[in-house]
Design a binder for this molecule. Structure first.
Ligand code: NOJ
Length: 752
C-alpha cells in the first residue's frame, strides 16, 4: 500500500481501521433479511447498472418536473431495485447513493460501487500485458494494492478485474488486458492481482476491493482472434490452458467472477451450466458471485439460444449467472419468472445470498460509508508513492529485444539524438487501452522523459514523421533530415492505444504502413537506429523495424512512460523485462505460442524442410521467443544439474544451474524452468514453463538458481480428462527463454 509520507496520525487511523473486521452481520442476519425481501427487491439485488451523475446530457431532454437521471437512479436505489453501480466515482457521489440505500430504502441494504480499474485508477500503471513482462507477480500485487488504495478512497468496493484470459492469438485485442500466453505465468499474475485488490483476504478493510477474474471461460480462444467470436476448443485445452488462471484466482480468494460474451462449444458462456455449475460450483466449490458481462444476458437472443429476453434471463440465471450487468433484464423478468414457476424461489434466494455475502464480506453492512470519505479520497489520490510505483513498474516492463554493437545504453551527453515518430509526443497513446478515470494530461511523453534525462536538451530534435496510420505531408522528408543531422535515431512507433483492447482485433499484427514507410526512410540514412516499440500485442516485425540496431518493447507504460523509457535508454536501469508472448515472424503464423505440440512432422531447426509442419515461406522459429529479453550485461547459464536422475512418485527433485554475469553491469536475470514429457498417453507441449526466478547479479557474480519439482508439476489432463501424471522420461531446461538452453533428462518413477 502506498503510504503517505507525512501525517502519521492519519496512518495510525488507517491502520486501526485496517485491522481485520469480523463482520457483525452474520449469515443468520442475511437469511433473516432474505425472508423479508419481496421478489422485486431480490431481483434488485441482482442488478448492476452503469453510474449516472448530476447534469447528464440526457437531462436536457426531460420534461419540466421530470426527475434527472441521477434522481431516478437514487430513487431506484431507495426502492431496492438496484444492488450495484459501476464506473462511477467520487466519495461524495458514492455517499449520496449509499445514503439512499442504507438510510432511505426499506431494507437498508448497502449499495456496491464497482469500476473497471484494469491497470490503475487515476494513477495509470503499465497495461497488464506489460506488467506481466516484468515476470514479477510481487510487483503486480503491489500495483493492484496501490490501485485498490486509490480506487477505494473514491468510493469503490469492487473491481471488474483482473482479466485472466490466456491469449495465444495476437490478433485478439484483449490480450493487452491479461498476462500473455502462458498458463503458469498467467496463473501467478492472476493470483497476485487478486491478492493485491483484496488485500490478501482483508476484504472488509476500507482500502480493499473485491476482485473479479474474467471472462469465464476460454474467451481468449476466439476464432480468428476476433473479439466476441465463437470459441471451439477441446475440453482438454480448456482445462489445461484456459481454466488454471481462474482456479489460481479463486484459490487466492477472488470474491466474484464474470462470465464472458462468447460461446464455447456451441453454448454461450452466459448459459453454460457445464462451466458455471459443473466446473465452478461443483468441482471447485466456488462460493462467490457470478456476474454477467455487459448486457450479455440479452445477447443470448443474438446468439440464438433464447427466443426473447425473458427466455434469455431464465437461461442465464438457471445456468448460474447471479447478477446481470446493465441490461436490467433480471430486474424486469425475474419476479414474474419466479411467480410463473419457471425459476424456483430457492435459486433466487441463492443468488441474493451470494450478493449479500459479498457485501457483508466487504464490510458494507458494518461500515457502509467506510470507503466514502473525502479526506481519504484527497489523501490517497495521485500520491507520490503511486507515481514512483508507476515509474518502477514501467521500467521493469520494458523488454529489450536486441542491442547490436551495444548501442544501448545511450550516453546522456555528447550525442545528437533525433526522436522521430508519431509516438514521440503525448498525451495521447501513453496510457493504453482500458483507462476510465485517468487524467491523461498527467502522463509523461517520451519526448518529455528524454528531455528531462539528457544533459543538453538542444541535442534532442523531435519530429513526428507520420501519423499512426496515415502519412503526414512532408513528414518523411522532415524525419530523414532530422535523422541525417543526428548521431542516433530513436524511433517511437507502433500501435496507437485504440488498436488493442475490447473489440480491437486486427487482421495483421504489423506496424501500420505509414510508420513502416517512415522507418524504412529513416533507416536508409544509415544512422544507428533504436526502435521504441509501443504495442498492446506481439507484433510481426519486418524490414527496417526488424533490422533496427536496438529495439525496446515499451508496450503502454502509463503515467510515467517517458521517464521509464529514459531510465532504460540511458542506462539508469538495465532492461529486465521478458516477453510474456512469443513474437512470430508473420501474422499468418498466429495463433503462435511456445508451448505448442510437436505434431507428427516437426520441422527440424535450421533451413526449411519439405513435408514438415511449417509454412512455405518461413521457418517455424519465433522472431523473438517467449521469455526472451536482453539486459545491459551478458549472462551465461551452466547446463542444469539434478539432485538425482529419478524422481520418486511421491518425492521431489532439485534442479539447479549456475548463472554468471559475464558483463560489465549489475542486472536482474529471470531464470526459467521448462520441462517436456517425452512420451505420454496424450501429446504434450514441446516445452512448458514450470517455474521461474529473478536474481540480481553484480558484474562477475555467479549464483546458483535452484527449483524443486514434484509430481504435481508434471501433471496434465489425461485421457479421462482428469489431471494425471505418468511415469517416464522428461527433458528439463533452466534457460533464459523458451527456445534456449541445454536439456537434461530425468525419470518419474512409478508408484512403489
Ligand atoms: C465489457 C467488458 O467485456 C468487461 O470486461 C467489462 O468489465 C465490462 N464491459 C464493463 O465495463
Amino acid at each position: 500500500m502506498a503510504k503517505p509520507r507525512k501525517n502519521r496520525g492519519l496512518v495510525a487511523a488507517l491502520l486501526l481501521c485496517a485491522a481485520p473486521l469480523a463482520s457483525a452481520f452474520d449469515d443468520t442476519q442475511i437469511e433473516a433479511l432474505i425472508t423479508k425481501m419481496t421478489p422485486e427487491e431480490k431481483a434488485g439485488q441482482l442488478t448492476l447498472v452503469a453510474a449516472v451523475y448530476e447534469h447528464e446530457p440526457s437531462d436536457n431532454e426531460r420534461q419540466p418536473g421530470e426527475p434527472t437521471a441521477m434522481q431516478r437512479q437514487l430513487n431506484e436505489i431507495r426502492e431496492g431495485r438496484i444492488s450495484a453501480v459501476f464506473n462511477g466515482i467520487g466519495a461524495n457521489w458514492a455517499r449520496q447513493l449509499q445514503r439512499a440505500a442504507v438510510e432511505q430504502s426499506r431494507l437498508k441494504i448497502p449499495v456496491l460501487i464497482s469500476v473497471d480499474a484494469i491497470h490503475g485508477f487515476h494513477t495509470i500503471y503499465p497495461v497488464p500485458l506489460a506488467e506481466a513482462a516484468s515476470w514479477d507477480p510481487a510487483l503486480a500485487e503491489r500495483v493492484a494494492r496501490a490501485t485498490a488504495v486509490e480506487a477505494t478512497a473514491a468510493g469503490v468496493a469492487w473491481n471488474l478485474a483482473p482479466n485472466v484470459d490466456i491469449a495465444r492469438d495476437a490478433r485478439w485485442g484483449r490480450g493487452v488486458e491479461g498476462a500473455g500466453e502462458d498458463v503458469l505465468l498467467a496463473s501467478r499474475f492472476a493470483a497476485a492481482r487478486v491478492r493485491g485488490y483484496q488485500k490478501g483476504g482483508r476484504l472488509a478493510d476500507d482500502d480493499a476491493m473485491m476482485a473479479t477474474p474474467k471472462h469465464f471461460a476460454g474467451y481468449g480462444g476466439a476464432e480468428g482472434g476476433l473479439d466476441y467470436n465463437v470459441v471451439d476448443i477441446s475440453e482438454r485445452t480448456l482445462r489445461e490452458v484456459y481454466l488454471p488462471p481462474f482456479k489460481a484466482a479463486f484459490d487466492a480468494g477472488a470474491g466474484a467472477v464474470m462470465a464472458g460474451f462468447h460461446e464455447i462449444g456451441g453454448i454461450p458462456a452466459m448459459a453454460n451450466s457445464a462451466l458455471l455449475d459443473g466446473v465452478l460450483r461443483r468441482e471447485w466449490q466456488y462460493p462467490g458471485l457470478v456476474i454477467s458481462d455487459y448486457a450479455a444476458d440479452h445477447e443470448l437472443v443474438e446468439h440464438g439460444v433464447a427466443a426473447d429476453d425473458r427466455a434469455a434471463v431464465k437461461l442465464a440465471f438457471m445456468a448460474g449467472v447471479d447478477m446481470s450487468m446493465t441490461s436490467r433484464l433480471y430486474q424486469q423478468y425475474l419476479p414474474e419468472l419466479v411467480a410463473s414457476g419457471d425459476v424456483p424461489m430457492t435459486r433466487l434466494d441463492q443468488a441474493v445470498r451470494r450478493v449479500l455475502r459479498a457485501k457483508r464480506n466487504l464490510g458494507l453492512f458494518d461500515r457502509p460509508y467506510g470507503r466514502m470519505d473525502t479526506a481519504r479520497e484527497k489523501r490517497f489520490s495521485h500520491t507520490a508513492d503511486m507515481r514512483a510505483l508507476a515509474r518502477e513498474s514501467a521500467t521493469r516492463a520494458i523488454v529489450m529485444l536486441k542491442n547490436d554493437h551495444d548501442l544501448l545504453p545511450l550516453p546522456r551527453t555528447g550525442k545528437r539524438l533525433a526522436l522521430i515518430g508519431p509516438l514521440a509526443g503525448g498525451p495521447a497513446d501513453l496510457n493504453g487501452p482500458w483507462t476510465v478515470f485517468d487524467d491523461r494530461h498527467d502522463a509523461v511523453s517520451v519526448e518529455a522523459g528524454l528531455r528531462a534525462a539528457i544533459a543538453d536538451p538542444t541535442l534532442l530534435s523531435v519530429t513526428r514523421g507520420s501519423d499512426i496510420d496515415a502519412p503526414l505531408e512532408g513528414g518523411i522528408a522532415a524525419a530523414v533530415a532530422a535523422a541525417a543531422a543526428a548521431d542516433v535515431v530513436v524511433l517511437a512507433i507502433g500501435e496507437g492505444e485504440a488498436m488493442s483492447g475490447e473489440a480491437q482485433s486486427r487482421t495483421e499484427i504489423v506496424i501500420p504502413a505509414a510508420q513502416q514507410a517512415l522507418a524504412e526512410a529513416v533507416a536508409a540514412t544509415g544512422k544507428p537506429l533504436v526502435v521504441l516499440l509501443r504495442t498492446g500485442r506481439a507484433l510481426a516485425l519486418t524490414g527496417a523495424v526488424r533490422d533496427a540496431d536496438a529495439t525496446l518493447v515499451t508496450w503502454f507504460l502509463g503515467a510515467e512512460t517517458g521517464h521509464a523509457i529514459a531510465d532504460v535508454l540511458f542506462g539508469t536501469v538495465s532492461p529486465s523485462g521478458r516477453l510474456p508472448v512469443s513474437f512470430p515472424q508473420a501474422s499468418g503464423q498466429v495463433p503462435y505460442y511456445y508451448a505448442h505440440k510437436s505434431t507428427g512432422r516437426p520441422p527440424p531447426p535450421g533451413p526449411l524442410k519439405e513435408y514438415t509442419a511449417r509454412y512455405r515461406e518461413l521457418t517455424a522459429a519465433p522472431l523473438y521467443a517467449f521469455g526472451h529479453g536482453l539486459s545491459y550485461s551478458t549472462i551465461e547459464y551452466s547446463a542444469p544439474a539434478l539432485s538425482a536422475r529419478t524422481m520418486p512418485w511421491n518425492g521431489r527433485l532439485k534442479a539447479s544451474a549456475t548463472i554468471r554475469n559475464t558483463g560489465p553491469r549489475a542486472v536482474d536475470e529471470t531464470a526459467q524452468l521448462y520441462v517436456h514429457d517425452r512420451v505420454a498417453s496424450v501429446t504434450r507441449p514441446v516445452r512448458e514453463l514450470k517455474n521461474f526466478l529473478r536474481v540480481h547479479l553484480a558484474p562477475g557474480e555467479s549464483r546458483e538458481v535452484s527449483f524443486e519439482l514434484s509430481r504435481a508439476d508434471l501433471e496434465f489432463i489425461g485421457t479421462e480428462l482428469k489431471p494425471v501424471a505418468e511415469p517416464g522420461e522428461f527433458d528439463l531446461w533452466i534457460a533464459p527463454s523458451a527456445v534456449d538452453g541445454s536439456a537434461t533428462q530425468f525419470t518419474l518413477m512409478p508408484p512403489l
